[in-house]
Design a binder for this molecule. Structure first.
Ligand SMILES: [Cu+2]
Length: 129
């Protein structure tokens, strides 16, 4: 029993590390389920790789959308607002983007999915360290 418990605790630790590795968020946008992953958790000032998976109602991958990522930091004392845009590139049914945060702090992210003339947006915030 002791062996079993320690194995279980080890498993929890392993799962915890796997979970902490990437920043992930899942949100619904219209008919789409959107999964966003960032390779650093928390994201950092500088380069971050973002991967986006879009699924339709049936759970099938949507690979024919145009996906752009807007990211911005509102104006702060003595600093104007900063707005950036990243295009995505499709690879292995995932939309890939590189986000370059110019400073640490709270950033707003908007993933814009355009398909068949309609645009759906997923919005969330990240705390960049
Ligand atoms: Cu700022």
């Amino acid at each position: 029993m002791k062996k079993f418990i320690s194995a279980f605790i080890m498993l929890l630790f392993a799962a915890g590390f796997a979970y902490a590795k990437d920043y992930t968020i899942t949100k619904q946008a219209g008919d789409y389920m959107v999964h966003v992953m960032i390779d650093k958790n928390p994201p950092v000032a500088g380069e971050n790789q973002m991967q986006i998976i879009i699924q339709d109602k049936s759970g099938a991958d949507v690979t024919d959308a145009t996906v752009d990522v807007d990211y911005s930091m509102p104006a702060m004392m003595g600093m104007p607002a900063m707005n950036y845009k990243a295009a995505t590139e499709m690879k292995d049914k995932k939309y890939n983007a590189v986000l370059k945060f110019s400073m640490s702090g709270a950033w707003n992210i908007a993933v814009k999915i355009t398909r068949a003339g309609k645009t759906q947006t997923v919005k969330f915030n990240v705390d960049v360290s």
